[in-house]
Design a protein around this ligand. Structure first.
Ligand SMILES: Cc1cc2nc3c(=O)[nH]c(=O)nc-3n(C[C@H](O)[C@H](O)[C@H](O)COP(=O)(O)OP(=O)(O)OC[C@H]3O[C@@H](n4cnc5c(N)ncnc54)[C@H](O)[C@@H]3O)c2cc1C
Length: 396
C-alpha cells in the first residue's frame, strides 16, 4: 500500500482498510489483510451477521469445483483448517458422500474419478451405506470426496469475528453504509475515512453499485432450507450430496454423463428441476440435519414462500432415508448473489475501493482463497489520490 495509505476515521481511530460486510467474504478479507500487516475495521449493518454466511450448510465443498473456483477452494481449505482451529470453531474432516441412485449418476462419478484420481474414491452400495450409517433405498453406489470439510455456520461466523478481534480487527455493527467515494464511507453513524475499502456486501451489491451489479449480471438467488431431526437419530459424519448435485457443481456437471442424469430427472422428476433442487444434507453438532435446497433467481425477491417447495424437499428426504415421516424443527430462507457473467466479482470502481463478491453458492468454500487474491492486489496497488481532509463531508 502507498505511504499515503494510512488515514484516520472521524472518530480518531487509524485504519488502513475498512471492509463493508461481516459475512464470510468480509471476514476472510479481514484475515488476509491483518496477516499482511494492515489495520482493519469492519462495518456491518446488522447487530451481527445474519446473511448468507450463517444460513448455509457449512459445506466446504472443495472437490467438486473446477477452474478458478477450485484454485480458490484448495487455498481456502488450508485457511479454514488454520483459522477455525485458532478461532475455536470445529471443522469436520469427514468429506462428502455422493449417493448414486441411477446408472447415469454412477457413470458421472466414474468419469469424475477418472479425471481427479484419488480426490474421489468410488464406493459400492454397501460401502456407501457404511460411510453414511444408513441404507439409502435404491442406491447403486457412490463416491467419497475426502477433501471436503464442514463447519457449523451459526457458530463459525461469530467465532471468526471474535478471533479477528483478538488480532486487532475492530467492528462497527448496526451501522449501514449508504454510499462510498474515494477514501470516504457515508454511514448511518456519520462519515468514516479509510485508505482502502473492500465492499463485501454479497447480494446487496446493487444497493451500492447498481451499474456495476448490472454489468456483472447479478441476481438474487433465493433458497429454502429446513432443519429436521435426523431420521432414526443416526450420526452422519460426511456431508451428503445426491444426483441433483451432479448437475450443480461445475467439476461434476462437466462430465459427459451429466446430460443423461439431467434427462432422467426431466423424465421422472421434472418438478425437482423446475424448483432447481439440489438435494443435500449436513448434520449439525446437536444431531439435527440441515436439508436443502431450492433455488429461485430474480433481481428482487418475492416475499412469499411456496409450501410446495418445502413439501418437495421433505418428500425427497423421506424417500432417501426410507422413512414415512420427519420432524421439522426450523425453516429459513437464504439469499446469495448469483452472477451470470462470472462467479468472482472483483474490481475497483473507484481508486482504492475494491468490490469483492462471490456470485454463486460457493462462498463458504472459496472466500478465503478469493480474499487472498484481492488483498494481494490491493496491497500492491498504490492509492492514486491521497485522502484530502477538505473533502470530508460533515457529520449529519
Ligand atoms: C441457503 C444457502 C446455502 C448455502 N450453502 C453453501 C455451502 O454449503 N457451501 C458454500 O460454499 N456456500 C454456500 N452458500 C453460499 C454462501 O453462503 C455465500 O456465497 C456466502 O455466504 C456469501 O458471503 P458474503 O459475505 O458475500 O455474504 P453475506 O453473508 O450475506 O454477508 C454480507 C454482509 O454484508 C452486510 N451488508 C450488506 N449491505 C451493507 C451495507 N450497505 N452496509 C453495511 N453492511 C452491509 C450484510 O448485512 C451481511 O452481513 C449457501 C448460501 C445460501 C443462501
Amino acid at each position: 500500500m502507498a505511504a499515503s495509505g494510512t488515514t484516520q476515521s472521524l472518530t480518531g481511530a487509524v485504519y488502513d482498510l475498512v471492509i463493508v460486510g461481516a459475512g464470510i467474504v468480509g471476514l476472510a478479507h479481514a484475515w488476509h489483510a491483518v496477516k499482511a500487516g494492515l489495520r482493519v475495521h469492519i462495518v456491518e449493518r446488522d447487530g451481527f451477521a445474519v446473511g448468507a454466511s450463517i444460513r448455509n450448510f457449512g459445506h466446504i465443498g472443495t472437490t467438486a469445483q473446477s477452474g478458478r473456483a477450485l484454485e480458490f477452494a484448495l487455498a481456502a481449505r488450508e485457511d479454514w483448517l488454520q483459522v477455525a482451529q485458532a478461532a475455536g470453531t470445529p471443522v469436520t474432516q469427514a468429506g462428502t458422500v455422493v449417493i448414486a441412485r441411477t446408472v447415469a449418476e454412477l457413470a458421472v462419478l466414474e468419469e469424475f474419478r477418472e479425471e481427479r484420481g484419488d480426490q474421489a474414491v468410488l464406493l459400492t452400495a454397501d460401502e456407501t451405506a457404511q460411510l453414511l450409517g444408513f441404507d439409502a433405498p435404491g442406491a447403486v453406489g457412490g463416491a467419497h470426496l475426502a477433501l471436503d470439510l464442514r463447519v457449523d455456520p451459526p457458530h463459525a461466523i461469530p467465532a471468526l469475528a471474535s478471533y479477528l478481534q483478538t488480532l486487532g480487527v475492530t467492528f462497527s455493527y448496526a451501522t449501514n453504509v449508504g454510499s462510498i467515494q474515494e477514501g470516504i464511507l457515508q454511514t448511518s453513524r456519520g462519515p468514516m475515512r479509510a485508505a482502502a475499502i473492500v465492499i463485501a456486501v454479497g447480494h446487496d451489491l446493487d444497493r451500492l453499485f447498481p451499474q456495476l451489479a448490472a454489468r456483472w449480471q447479478i441476481d438474487r438467488c433465493r433458497l429454502r432450507m429446513l432443519e429436521i431431526d435426523t431420521p432414526r437419530g443416526i450420526r452422519i459424519g460426511p456431508a451428503i450430496l445426491t444426483g441433483l448435485g451432479l448437475l450443480r457443481y461445475d467439476g461434476l456437471a462437466a462430465q459427459p454423463s451429466a446430460a443423461a442424469v439431467r434427462s432422467d430427472f426431466e423424465r421422472l422428476r421434472p418438478q425437482l428441476l423446475e424448483q432447481q433442487v439440489n438435494l443435500m444434507f449436513t448434520q449439525r453438532p446437536d444431531g439435527r440435519l440441515i436439508v436443502g435446497d431450492t433455488h429461485h433467481l430474480s433481481a428482487t425477491e418475492t416475499p412469499f414462500e411456496d409450501e410446495a417447495s418445502d413439501e418437495l424437499l421433505l418428500e425427497e428426504t423421506r424417500h432417501l432415508f426410507g422413512v414415512d415421516s420427519v420432524t421439522v424443527r426450523r425453516r429459513w430462507r437464504g439469499v446469495y448473489a448469483a452472477g451470470r457473467s462470472d462467479v468472482f466479482v472483483q474490481e475497483q470502481p473507484i481508486p482504492g475501493v475494491w468490490v469483492a463478491t462471490v456470485a454463486s453458492g460457493i462462498g463458504m468454500t472459496t472466500a478465503f482463497g478469493f480474499a487472498a487474491n484481492t488483498i494481494s492486489q490491493l496491497i500492491s496497488t498504490p492509492l492514486q489520490q491521497p485522502i484530502d481532509a477538505a473533502r470530508l463531508p460533515s457529520r449529519p
